[in-house]
Design a protein around this ligand. Structure first.
Ligand code: FAD
Length: 501
């Protein structure tokens, strides 16, 4: 803290993570005596990918007081109801991981158990029939139900957007709200010779920026957390072996799908993310099985529109910093770790880091306890996401390439083995309240990949057959009815949030 009692927060990096942190911390502590300065380098730029999100992003934007339609216009955004997984369990397979649950809870039990009873009695094997997001995605429909009919249940959604436009949008919001932006390349990081804390960063221009707490959002390089403080990196690539992505935008093609598509490929998978003005594409792969050149060629051959640029390769290592808060430096975004974009969780992990910091914000100075709590909470968040991602690779029948053979036979963490065993036996994947992915997500992915539980909760058999059949029918009709109320995705965007660009 400086002599005037002002707490100085310095954010290093102006990618999605940096601007999200700046906007949220400025907003939540605006009444306290502290300053927020963000430093970014136009010369270095941002990673420029990260276009798909998950529903908690809505709460983040709400917390910032952003108007959703204005935000979508600014970022060429579209709506996302979930992820379509093609060829994951076997070539030709196709399933959907929707946001939100299947059916409705009946008698305090998750609907998945009732669905199993229904199916064992000869009902349809298509559990997507009980999930409005899945049905709407199949029909390319979307609408916010509170606008269409406030008396029916809400439909969960998230967004696809242009990542560089989102950072720019947040930058404008931040600057209006008093965040100080400095442009320039940091060439030196200064530390207190006694305790090793970071005291200041120095730009190529010679300008020196002092701080009390530094948020390292400098991307994969981890300028403060790793290059300066040597916090160490926990490598998870034996479980999540992909370590490269090649990305390229292409012209938009119809229809404008309200979902991300993930297609399994010979040495990884390919994403397809529809935006208002273009489609984002990428091939995430492991370079032990495929060269960067071949991956780029294959991606270019597999686009469904005209490429708008040359493919760009991004290198990464899955895992996380051993200490995400070290000394007076807190890493967020790519500086803190990376789990690959299979379930669009990176931006959520930034959100989680911000929320955790808000909980332990060092009002009277940093304490070991606050640091330990933050590190524990973030490790837990990373570990949970990691297990869910690994399940996609492990639970497969594919052995048609060396990559898939490795994934199918790899050892997995005990925590995931436990979940898989418990799901297989009794349809209970061991979900805790703080976990990001709930029962419905585990069910969608594990069952979608071909792992069906052997049994279900006995409570689902209690309801008499007649009542059970009637209620199942009602749930099915309700789901279809909800989706029929929605307009087409593109028509809804044209009406509510079409971008002028
Ligand atoms: P960056 O965007 O790399 O920003 C780093 C910042 O630090 C820049 O402003 C840079 O100028 C600055 N900087 C660095 N060094 C210096 C220096 N010396 N001096 C001054 N400034 C400096 N996330 C999702 O949620 N959904 C997705 O679908 C998704 N897809 C992804 C696909 C891929 C292939 C990858 C790699 C990531 C994906 N992500 C996704 C993650 C997402 O892109 C990132 O989490 C997000 O963009 C945050 O990046 P960042 O701000 O941490 O880093």
């Amino acid at each position: 803290m400086n002599v005037k009692g002002m707490y100085r927060l310095v954010i290093v990096g102006g990618g999605t993570a940096g601007w999200m942190a700046a906007a949220a911390l400025r907003r939540s502590f605006s009444a306290l005596p502290y300053t927020v300065t963000l430093i970014e380098s136009d010369e270095i730029g941002t990673v420029g990918v990260g276009e798909a999100t998950i529903p908690p992003m809505i709460q983040f934007n709400d917390m910032l007081g952003l108007d959703e339609n204005a935000f979508l216009k600014a970022v060429n955004g579209t709506f996302k109801l979930g992820i379509r997984f093609k060829d994951w369990s076997a070539p030709g397979s196709d399933y959907f991981h929707p946001f939100g649950v299947y059916g409705v809870d009946m008698g305090g039990l998750n609907f998945n158990h009732y669905w199993m009873r229904y199916q064992k009695a000869g009902g349809s094997a298509d559990f997507g029939l009980f999930n409005p997001q899945t049905l709407a995605a199949r029909a390319n429909r979307f609408g916010r139900m509170k606008e269409i009919n406030p008396n029916v249940p809400a439909v969960n959604y998230a967004f696809h957007f242009d990542a560089s436009l989102y950072a720019r949008y947040l930058r404008d919001v931040c600057v209006q709200r008093g965040v100080v932006r400095k442009e320039g390349r940091i060439t030196e990081v200064q530390q207190d010779p006694d305790n090793g804390d970071v005291t200041a960063v120095v730009l190529a221009s010679g300008e020196r920026i002092e701080g009390d707490l530094f948020i390292d959002c400098s991307g994969f390089r981890g300028l403060l957390i790793e290059q300066t403080l040597k916090s160490g990196y926990e490598d998870w690539s034996k479980w999540l072996p992909c370590n490269r992505a090649v990305a390229v935008p292409c012209d938009k093609v119809d229809p404008l799908t309200p979902y991300t598509t993930s297609t399994a490929r010979e040495a990884g998978w390919q994403w397809r993310i529809p935006l208002q003005h273009r489609t984002g594409n990428g091939y995430v792969f492991c370079d032990s099985y495929l060269s960067e050149e071949t991956a780029s060629d294959l991606l270019m051959q597999r686009l469904d529109g005209q490429a708008q640029a040359e493919p760009r390769v991004i290198r990464f290592q899955t895992g996380h910093r051993k200490q995400m808060w070290n000394h007076n430096v807190i890493a967020m975004g790519l500086a803190s770790g990376f789990l690959e974009p299979l379930e669009s969780t990176s931006i959520w992990l930034v959100q989680e880091a911000i929320a955790t910091l808000q909980l332990y914000f060092p009002r009277g100075g940093i304490t070991d306890t606050a640091r330990a709590c933050f590190n524990r909470a973030m490790l837990d968040a990373y570990t949970n996401v990691k297990d869910f991602l690994i399940a996609h690779y492990k639970v497969t029948t594919r052995e048609d390439t060396p990559f898939w053979s490795y994934c199918k036979h790899m050892d997995i963490p005990d925590s995931l083995q436990f979940r898989l065993d418990s799901f297989r036996e009794n349809n209970q994947p061991l979900v805790r309240p703080q976990d990001l992915f709930k029962e419905a997500s585990w069910f969608a992915v594990l069952a979608g990949q071909g792992l069906m539980p052997q049994s279900y909760h006995p409570g689902a058999d209690v309801m008499p057959d007649d009542e059970f059949r009637w209620r199942i029918q009602k749930v099915r009709e309700g789901t279809t009815g909800l989706v029929n109320m929605m307009p087409g995705h593109e028509a809804y965007i044209a009406k509510t949030c079409a971008s002028p660009h």
